[in-house]
Design a protein. Sequence first.
Lengths: 102, 391
Amino acid sequence: MKKALQIDGKDNVATATSDVGEGEVVEVLSPHGVVIERPEASEPIPFGHKIALVDLGMGEEVIKYGEVIGVASQEIAAGVWVHTHNVESATVPTSAHREGDP
Amino acid sequence: MTEFYGYERPDGSVGVRNHLLVLTPVDCSFEPAKKIAARVEGAVAVSQFYGCRHDEMLTNALIGTGRNPNVAGVLLVGLGCESITSEFLAEGIRPTKKPVETLIIQEEGGTVKTVEKGVRILRRMAEGAAELEREPFPLSELTLAVECGGSDATSGLAANPAVGVAADMLIDEGGAVMFGETQEMTGTQHILARRAVDDDVAGAIREMVGRQEERMRAMGIDSRYMSKGNVDGGLTTIEEKSLGAIRKGGTRPIQGVLRNSREGLDAPRGPGLWLQDGPGWDVPSVTHMVAAGAQVVVFTSGRGSTTGHAIAPVLKVTGNPMTYERLADNMDINAGTILDGGESLRSVGERIFGAIVEVASGRMTKAEALGFRDFVVFRTDRVAERLLGFC
């Protein structure tokens, strides 16, 4: 089964350790190696990209490494691919990255 | 309580290696220095390549390397007409009470005589160093430097978090940990400042990272932007990218910022996690952290790296199982077992912690087995620093 890692116990996203296809069930491993959840990927999630572990409302904090890495710029349901299209940085507008290299 | 086996120095500090250092204040005398070191087992010659005009960043780094407890004795080899004198460096190292001697080529009458005399001095030092035996010490005597280079998507996912677990374990046993590369902290100064032990340290962190952002802006670079490759690889925000790098230092409170200034090169003033305001790439960063007192280095690399150090063991960790296989000559630890669920993050972290203790007790790293002696001193551009109002 495909795996995703929760790096810190406080994280509400996990990182895929291989390419995940739409509809595939992903085993989410805690830092101690325990399977904590088995969400279904609602869209393809490439290796190194993130899957939402919980439903996030617009403006809610996205947490990885136990820290805020950005806020949801739209509603994100559990199982959704989490990236620049639905998360905004607090430091540099994420939209700046969508236009390619500055 | 975990112990490691090290060499006690006259000032009470503890080395994990027993090297003799042939230190030259300027590259003009480096060739003869290398000849001297080559003839004595355990001796290493190092220099800097910025000329001999006095600059405290350079002299602090050279003195700090000589003071490092991994060094049993120091022979300074100067040319004779340099502004950074051998005697000045010797004075900086002498408070450690280890043997320190100087040789000046222009006074000795050429390189043949200098090399001959240098080998005699160094052999005598080697005999003294050989009498020392490893004894058990608590981990509170250990300072670890953590570094990353040649990163890929597995770095922030496996290797850095696993090294972070080991860093936390070392700190919990009373040890000190440091990491540098100020430019990798951009976008996370607010997070790092929140982890500071007090407001002064929080202010120092914000100032350190803010200045680095200003330096990069002066070069026309907005350091807070990520490359397309970063975004394609799954990094969503600059916070996420920087957090992936700084996670190698673990999660404990930040005790202070270590600077390299007129007042000297700061060493950790106690146990816990410390940030070094240091150069932004691998080998100089490792060089300056060892100069600040680190006896052991852990280096993570997704794509693979060959880095070692002149006087400190560098233990290399990769989160990429393919890199571990392809660069088996260079990479010591495979943290990629986390990726397929074969091993937990916690368990790999414990494995790295165990390896740090073994290496501190004498086990060779792969870079040491290959004889790699990386050493690059760095200094900031004084003109730019003055124009930016930083000095």
